[in-house]
Design a protein around this ligand. Sequence first.
Ligand code: PAF
Length: 282
Amino acid sequence: MRTVHTLKELRAIVRSYRDQGKRVGLVPTMGSLHDGHLALVRRALEAADVVVTSIFVNPMQFGAGEDLDSYPRTLTDDQRKLGAEGNTLLFAPPVSEVYPDGLAHQTRIVVPEVSDGHCGASRPGHFEGVATVVAMLFNMVQPDIAVFGEKDFQQLAVIRKMVRDLFLPVDVIGMPTVREEDGLAMSSRNGYLTEAERQQAPALYRVLSRTGDALTAGSDDFAGLEAAAREILTSEGFRPDYFNIVNSLTLKPASPGDRQITILAAAFLGTTRLIDNLSIER
Ligand code: PAF
């Protein structure tokens, strides 16, 4: 597998794929790859002839005081894992390649409504950073398809809306969350957890599952379920950020008539912020 760091090299290689009539897939990541990312690559390889995975820790989507500097950067390991999956090309640009004029001068993309609330409320500017860099990666690679994980449920909704609203010629594919055996959603940030926190962490998915069961059984007491979930999470050692039962399409608070419902949750264990979600149909 080849690795390139510049847009010039990327464009030349992708042009040669196109000249050969190949269908191009893109898997945007921030690296520190785990099995969840590799499942995205495998899915992209099913849907495309060649797959470009990008690794870019995007400064625009991190707020002040967040983990931009400490975010794990494990390029050699990531190259080995991608090579073993049969990924075709790794694009790992430095910040100066993506934002040559600096962040302050960068054109940005704002995706209204679905970016509001949940992670958008807790991390102001986060989804603007995500939408902007994903649109840039789409323009750099010009893929036919792009694959994203459903673990970042709101992020996927933001990207889908951006693609729809801007008529971007990319098919966005969502992939179910990959979990550890104890239910914890795989995340590059799980590595921040202490051993004791790692033992506590699966409680987040247990609480999501319990709430999902109550919703599937017909409960419409959304506020009561949210409050109970926050209470259990607190008793399990978390500091809940949000626990919201929403309409899966609008991400607005769920109404009793909604058939597709998603529970979105974020909670801190120590200094680590974990997010997860669960969707149900009824
Ligand atoms: O999900 C991520 O890893 C990032 O938010 C993404 C989509 C690669 C944009 O930087």
